[in-house]
Structure formats: C-alpha cells, structure tokens
Design a protein around this ligand. Structure first.
Ligand SMILES: [Zn+2]
Ligand SMILES: [Zn+2]
Length: 150
C-alpha cells in the first residue's frame, strides 16, 4: 500500500505537476530546487512510511507467553492484570487486540489502512515522521502553485 501511494505520488508529480511547473516557472534553477525539496519530502515519507509498516507493533509479552506455552515453561503473569480473550494471553496495560491484524498491539493507537499495519508504541515515531513529511510535501506543493499562479 505504501509503495502504491508513493508510486502514484511520483507519477502525479511527473505527469501533471512537473509540466505544470514548466508552464508557470520559466526559471530552470528554481524548478530544480522545487523538485529537490519535494524529493526530500517524498523520500522522508517513503522511508518512514515503509519503516512504520514494516515494524511489528505486537505486544512483546504475547510471543513470550506463546513460546512458554510451546516449551511448557511457566510464565510469570503476576505483574500483568490485563488479559486478551482472543489471544488467550496476558497483555500490558494499554494493549488492545486489533481485529484486522489479529494481534495485541502495545499502546494501540489505531489501525492504519494506508500502511496496512497497526500504529502503537513501537512504530509511533516513524508514523509521525511519515504524516509530517507527507503533509509538509503537500503544503509545499500548494504554496509553490499559489505563488506560481500570480
Ligand atoms: Zn489479542
Ligand atoms: Zn491492526
């Protein structure tokens, strides 16, 4: 999904926006700098978006308990007061089971359809970078077009 988003964004830029810049901006030096700044925003959005979708946000104690169940070891669940009835294991405070991912996510925020992953404690930072850089790229494009129309 992230790759699809980035490809569509780059295609829109190449097919619609770059020729548009060419129409409104005759100065090739500023055109190159616009392209470069946009490319930096896109690169940030792509890398952080890919990273946020790549990280597994699952609560780490879930896998520890599954491993203990397999090996027959005893897992000390006394510090944990929350229990997931789907995974049938103890979870940390703030963890929530995601129906889409079918796993318990540590400090669950939401399930992101664009990244096809849950956003939680483990991938919150790259997710914020993804949102900010994508928004900054959009605002930058908007400002350039408004200035260019004058
Ligand atoms: Zn669960
Ligand atoms: Zn999810």
């Amino acid at each position: 999904m992230t790759i699809l988003l980035c490809v569509s964004n780059i295609l829109t830029y190449a097919l619609i926006e770059y020729p548009y810049f060419e129409l409104i901006q005759q100065n090739s030096k500023s055109k190159i700098s616009f392209t470069l700044i946009l490319a930096i925003f896109y690169a940030f959005a792509f890398i952080s978006g890919f990273y946020a979708s790549y990280i597994d946000p699952e609560d780490h104690i879930v896998q520890e308990q599954i491993l203990c169940q397999k090996t027959g070891e005893k897992f000390d669940d006394s510090p944990y007061e929350y229990y997931c009835h789907v995974c049938k294991v103890c979870v940390n405070d703030g963890s929530k089971h995601c129906k889409e991912c079918n796993k318990c996510v540590l400090k669950f925020d939401h399930h992101c359809r664009w990244l096809n992953n849950c956003i939680g404690a483990k991938n919150y930072k790259p997710f914020i970078v993804f949102i900010v850089s994508a928004e900054a790229g959009l605002i930058f494009k908007f400002v350039v077009q408004v200035i260019g129309c004058r």
